[in-house]
Design a binder for this molecule. Structure first.
Ligand SMILES: *Cc1c(COP(=O)(O)O)cnc(C)c1O
Length: 466
């Protein structure tokens, strides 16, 4: 299995190369050259298997069967860290409505599913080749802590994380800045997440810099992350077998997680529809509804990990839904880079709408969903999850079949939002409350590419890697 770029002009890469690569050299994103098909027998077997076994089968199909890395060892190690024996348990919320709890990993958000796996694979790959690299990540809140948890203290790599200053929750920030491993470097960047993401992309595109220092990505532009996330869509379908095709509601920012759901469907999982739930930063909801993909300014909300107005992974859908037309994809993405908008061609939009629906929940609707779940079940859901629950309620999705809302983070990460909607603070697990008294380490930088380059070069020099 090779992987090709959505823009068609980059070398094809193996699974092992994908582990270390971010943006393709032509500016595109990697996807598998074909969607592997899982057999009906495999789907049947998944119902009785443990999470790790399903992950082995799914990731083998997605190119992992050709890896020289110890994929199965990495899978076993990654999911053994989770606090729940089922790893991704389903919990009933209402008739025909379930929550898929994806927050039982070390940093209490779904990003751990991919990064706990990617961390050891990256380290293995580097050790084997006696290489060293610098992982660069922009985070809207949860990727940064998950990447740091997965990579802190590992040899042969440094991790530099940019978060938008003042725009992540206190616990999210502390999960990153209290890690004292010498290979971890935090930057609080002036600006919003889109600014941080654009700067990271610009650093990758800077050939002089890439020549000087080996840069690698762990943002969801890295395909291996999305591959790892296909697994829980499949385990959820397996757990609900016999009830008909499943509709998933996915709290969406960068369009990575929901694209993993799309990949699972393409591999044969019985998925009816995928509903993208956004907060008021609704570029994805607008694009899927009207066909106009148009950037606007980011509004800070209580679901900061979704405060994004440039959804990088939408490019992957644009490519696949156009019958995999790299020329058209490249032209539209260039139009977006120049003008901040493009219109999805109508046959492509029709194709997208056959699978995807969308809903944008404002803060009032999000808080109302947190209250409604609490009143009816006693459970506290986090504000990201609540955008999805709001979508499921608003669109009466459960009338057509089983619906699964992805619970993407633990409510304790978002105390202020829970307090604002329920009037009391959520229970804080000991692992998180312990962070409140630890010292923090972080530098403030302006949103300026030269300042960032200087910082990176200095850090890497000090670490003896240049
Ligand atoms: C990252 C994140 C999202 C959005 O996921 P994307 O893959 O960027 O669409 C939603 N909820 C939480 C809690 C997150 O951390």
């Amino acid at each position: 299995m090779k992987h090709l770029s959505t823009r068609g002009l980059a070398p094809h890469l193996s699974f092992d190369d994908i582990v270390l690569s971010g943006l393709a050299p032509d500016g595109g994103l990697y996807v598998p050259e074909v969607w592997p098909q899982l057999s009906p027998k495999q789907f049947n077997d998944f119902a009785d298997q443990r999470y790790g076994q399903v992950a082995e089968a799914v990731l083998s199909a997605l190119g992992g069967s050709e890896t020289a890395l110890d994929l199965n060892g990495a899978i076993a190690g990654a999911y053994a860290q989770f606090r729940h024996p089922e790893v991704a348990p389903l919990r009933p919320l209402a008739p025909n409505l379930w929550m898929l709890e994806l927050f039982h990993g070390p940093t209490f958000a779904f990003k751990d599913f991919a990064l706990q796996l990617l961390g050891p694979l990256m380290a293995q790959r580097l050790e084997r080749e006696s290489r060293r690299l610098t992982v660069l990540a922009a985070t809207s809140g949860d990727t940064g802590s998950a990447a740091i948890a997965a990579l802190a203290g590992r040899p042969n790599l440094d991790i530099v994380v940019l978060h938008p200053k003042g725009r992540v929750s206190e616990i999210q920030r502390r999960q990153m800045t209290t890690v004292m491993a010498p290979n971890v470097h935090n930057i609080a960047l002036e600006g919003d997440f889109d600014t941080a993401q654009a700067l990271v992309k610009a650093l990758f595109a800077d050939r002089n810099l890439s020549a000087q220092m080996q840069l690698s990505a762990v943002n969801s532009i890295n395909w291996a992350r999305l591959a790892a996330q296909t697994v829980y869509f499949i385990t959820a379908c397996a757990a609900l077998r016999g009830r008909g095709p499943v509709t998933f509601v996915v709290p969406t920012g960068n369009f990575g997680d929901i694209f993993s759901g799309y990949a699972a469907k393409k591999m044969g999982a019985p998925i009816a529809r995928l509903i993208a739930a956004t907060n008021s930063n609704d570029i994805v909801a607008r694009a899927l509804t009207t066909g106009r993909y148009e950037r606007r300014t980011v509004t800070p909300t209580h679901s900061p990990s979704m405060d994004i107005q440039v959804a990088s992974n939408f490019e992957r859908l644009l490519f696949d839904a156009s019958g995999r037309n790299p020329t058209q994809t490249m032209a539209l993405m260039e139009e977006f880079a120049q003008t901040g908008a493009f219109t999805v061609p109508s046959p492509v939009l029709t194709e997208m709408q056959a699978t995807f629906g969308a809903f944008a929940a404002d803060e009032t609707q999000t808080f109302a969903a947190i209250r409604r779940v609490h009143e009816s079940t006693g459970m506290v859901v986090d504000p990201h999850t609540a955008t999805g629950v709001a979508a499921a309620f608003a669109q009466d999705l459960t009338e057509r079949g089983p619906v699964v809302c992805l619970a993407t983070a633990h409510p304790a990460k978002f105390e202020a939002a829970i307090h604002a909607s329920l009037g009391f603070a959520p229970d804080i697990p000991a692992e998180l409350s312990a962070l409140k008294t630890l010292p923090e380490r972080c530098v403030d930088l302006p949103a300026d590419i030269n300042a960032l380059k200087d910082y990176l070069l200095t850090v890497v020099q000090q670490r003896g890697a240049l």
